[in-house]
Design a protein around this ligand. Sequence first.
Ligand code: ZN
Length: 321
Amino acid sequence: MTQIGPGNDVAIGVDVGGTTMRAAIVGTSGDLRESFHQPSPRSPSALRDFVHLALESTKLPVRGIGIGCKGIIDAASTRVKSLPGDLHFLEGRLLSDVVGAGELSVCAENDARAALVAEALWGAARGRRNVVMLTLGTGVGGAALVDGRILCGASGAAGHFGHVTIDPRGGLCICGNYGCVETLFSSRAIESNYWAHLHRAAPAKLSLDSDGRPPDTEAIFRTAAEGDECARYVLDSALEHLAAAIVGYLHTFDPEVFILGGNIAAAGPQLFDPIRNKIAQRTRILLGREVPIVFQKVVGFGGVAGAAGLVFLREGLLKIG
Ligand SMILES: [Zn+2]
């Protein structure tokens, strides 16, 4: 990161997720001056009111509003091109209109890309120009920085790393494709695979809860560490698929660093050690070096900080690389 202009400039960063929306007043060092969160909006006016709450709480010079949002976002116009699910009411809308901030500039981008911007400006990708990031949670999201620019593609959909086929005979995915990374490594995939083992009465230490729900991914990692054969088998298989996918991304993008973020990445060495081992040997010939695979640094409010970073980049206050 290079800071071009000094001063007290701030931007409002907003992250609109499936369950929570967050906002913060963010300085050019990525520092959060004040932060806010509420359940995800159920109407455009709820989002507007939330953003104005943050906007009105500061007297510092606000350079703009940055919004990171699920779905496919046209950054040039701030239009939400595609957003299935609970936030569907934003589809087709210009986020700049929804927010209604008058003269203030509004930037918008997909939330995984905003998280990567945060890493590029203040985190694990600082000073780098070629970076790939995966977010591992209920699904698998991602974004890539290619020669210093966030990869968007012809229609803005580039970077759907969770929807690359790893097993051509694999299960049907939410996206309509088969055997995607997300069907093999995601909290949904890991939990449903553990459930399938329980259903077959395989030897397992965990069981369904009183409502019939399978154990969550965190519990499966924990019990694997304690020696549960079923959890170990499920995670070994999931990690094998994730590692295979990462090898493909490394060969495609040749990044300086590869970042893993999201809830599952918090599993730490249990996730990173086997993956690093599997990958190093398989990328030796083409890449000739070991690409660092690291945990995201800007956690928690990373999407918010990155959304504010979009404003700083547009205003020329910061630059990537
Ligand atoms: Zn898919």
